[in-house]
Design a protein around this ligand. Structure first.
Ligand code: SF4
Length: 444
C-alpha cells in the first residue's frame, strides 16, 4: 500500500546562519520524501527554526510558535531558542518536540516520528537539486564555513547555544561552493560566527579540492573561491593581523572589496569589557592600511551604545572613531541585556534613555558620512547584480552592497532585465542609503 506523501510547513527566523540551518533541514526532509508547502493549512506538521540571540528575537520566536500552534496545531521547534525548552513548553505546552541549534538529526528524527515518511519514496525520482534546498534567490547563496565560536564576548550567548568553533573541512566547503556555482549562483556570501578564525580549531589542516592540497584558513579559502569567477563576499571578520593577507586579493579583483567587521565600539575600555576578539588590535591603523592597498574597499560594521560602564568619554571616543574610520555601512543598536550573558553582572548599567540618545547621535553622524560616501559615487560606472525586476524597473546591488542589509541600486524602466543579470550602469543619483543608475551603453 502506498501512503500519502506528507507535507511540512517551515518557518525560518533569525540570521543568515540560521537560514543555512533551515536549508540543511529542508534538504534532508525533501531527500526523505517530504513535501514542503507554503501554508499552515496544507502542512501535516510545522517546523519553526527559532532565534534566541536577544530578548526581542526570543519574543518573536515564541510568537511564531504560537501562530503555528493556532493555525496548525502540530509544531516542532528547533534552533537557538530550542535551548530554552522549559520556557517554550511553559508558554506552548502542546509543541511536539523541542531541539537546540544545529541539531539537524534530532529535528529530522522528530518529523519522522510524528509523521512517518512514505515507504515507496525514491530519492532519485524526487528532484532534489544537487546544491540542496535554498531559501535565497537562485543567484546568491550563503556559504557557512564553520559552526560555533571560541570567543566569549560578554554580551553574547551564542557559544553556549552553538558551542565552540568547529570548522568545516575546506574540501567540503569548496565542493558545496562548486555545486552552487554550477546551479547558477553568481554571488557567495561567506558566513560563520568568526570568519577570520576559520581553521584554527583543526590547526589549519591541509585538505584537498580538485586533487590539489589546500589549507583550511581564510586566505586559501578566499583564493580558491576567488578562482571560480563569481562574487565572493566576506561577513563576520575580525580585524586580526592575518586579515591583511586577504586585502590584496580584493585589490586584484579575486574577491569583492568588501568586509563586514562587527567592531561594536571604538573605546578600548568598552571593547575590553565586551571581551571582543582582536580588541587590542589597532583597528584604525588597520583600516588605513587596507585602504592604502585597496582604495575601493567597502567596510560595513555594527556598534552598540549604552554597554555597561560606557561613559560620556567612551562615547566621544566612539564618535571620533567613526569620524576617522569613515565606514561605508553601519548599524547601531542600544545595549540590551540577554539572559545568561556575562555582561549582565557588570557594574554601571547605562539608563535606557541615555543609550538611546547616544544611538541617535551616533546614527546622525554616520548618516552624514554614509550620504557623502554615496554622493561620491555619482558619475561612476559599475557592475550591478540584478535582484528583482517589476513593472517599474530593476533593482540590484553593486559590489559594495550585501543583500538584505545594505543599499539598493535602482534602474528605473529596465523591465527587460532578469534577476541574476550582471549589468554595467552609471550612477546618477544617491541618497543616504540607495543609488539610482542607468545602463551604461558602449560609446557608438
Ligand atoms: S565573536 Fe563574540 S559576539 Fe560573535 S558569536 Fe562569538 S562570542 Fe558571540
Amino acid at each position: 500500500m502506498t501512503e500519502e506523501k506528507k507535507s511540512i510547513g517551515f518557518v525560518s527566523l533569525g540570521c543568515p546562519k540560521a537560514l543555512v540551518d533551515s536549508e540543511r533541514i529542508l534538504t534532508q526532509l525533501r531527500t526523505d520524501g517530504y513535501e514542503v508547502v507554503p501554508t499552515y493549512n496544507d502542512a501535516d506538521v510545522v517546523v519553526v527554526n527559532t532565534c534566541g540571540f536577544i530578548d526581542d528575537a526570543k519574543r518573536e520566536s515564541l510568537d511564531a510558535i504560537g501562530e503555528a500552534m493556532r493555525e496548525n496545531g502540530k509544531v516542532i521547534v528547533t534552533g537557538c531558542m530550542g535551548n530554552e525548552a522549559d520556557r517554550i513548553r511553559a508558554e506552548h505546552p502542546g509543541v511536539l518536540s523541542v531541539t537546540g541549534a544545529h541539531a539537524y538529526e534530532e529535528v529530522v528524527g522528530a518529523v519522522h516520528d510524528f509523521i512517518p515518511t512514505v515507504k515507496d519514496h525514491n530519492p532519485h525520482l524526487d528532484l532534489i537539486p544537487p546544491q540542496g534546498v535554498k531559501l535565497t534567490p537562485r543567484h546568491y547563496a550563503y556559504l557557512k564555513i564553520s559552526e560555533g565560536c571560541n570567543h566569549r564576548c560578554s554580551f553574547c550567548i551564542i557559544p553556549s547555544l552553538r558551542g565552540d568553533l568547529v570548522s568545516r573541512p575546506i574540501g567540503d566547503v569548496m565542493d558545496e561552493a562548486e555545486r552552487l556555482v554550477n546551479a547558477g549562483v553568481q554571488e557567495l556570501l561567506v558566513i560563520s560566527q568568526d570568519t577570520s578564525a576559520y581553521g584554527v580549531d583543526i590547526k589549519y589542516r591541509t585538505g584537498f579540492w580538485q586533487g590539489r592540497p589546500i589549507k583550511t584558513n581564510m586566505q586559501e579559502l578566499c583564493e580558491a573561491l576567488g578562482s571560480m569567477g563569481i562574487w565572493v563576499r566576506l561577513h563576520y571578520v575580525y580585524p586580526y593581523p592575518h586579515v591583511d593577507k586577504v586585502i590584496p586579493l580584493m585589490a586584484d579583483g579575486l574577491i569583492l572589496p568588501y568586509l563586514d567587521i562587527p567592531f561594536q565600539h571604538g573605546s578600548p575600555s568598552v571593547l575590553k569589557a565586551m571581551k571582543r576578539p582582536a580588541h587590542a588590535e589597532k583597528a584604525l591603523e588597520r583600516i588605513h592600511k587596507w585602504r592604502s592597498i585597496c582604495p575601493d574597499i567597502t567596510l560595513r560594521s555594527t556598534f552598540i551604545t549604552g554597554f555597561p560602564g560606557e561613559t560620556d568619554k567612551d562615547f566621544e571616543i566612539l564618535l571620533d572613531f567613526i569620524k576617522e574610520a569613515q565606514l561605508d555601512r553601519v548599524g547601531c543598536f542600544t545595549y540590551s541585556p540577554v539572559e545568561g550573558a556575562k555582561a549582565n553582572d557588570l557594574a554601571d548599567h547605562v539608563p535606557a534613555h541615555i543609550a538611546q540618545e547616544r544611538q541617535a547621535a551616533f546614527m546622525a553622524l554616520q548618516a552624514e558620512i554614509s550620504a557623502q560616501k554615496l554622493q561620491n559615487k555619482i558619475g561612476q560606472t559599475m557592475e550591478i547584480l540584478i535582484d528583482e525586476v517589476d513593472e517599474e524597473g530593476a533593482i540590484g546591488r553593486s559590489k559594495a552592497d550585501a543583500p538584505e542589509i545594505d543599499g539598493m541600486v535602482y534602474l528605473n524602466g529596465e523591465t527587460e532585465l532578469m534577476p541574476g543579470d550582471l549589468v554595467t550602469a552609471k550612477i546618477f543619483q544617491a541618497d543616504e542609503h540607495d543609488l539610482w543608475a542607468e545602463l551604461a551603453h558602449p560609446e557608438s
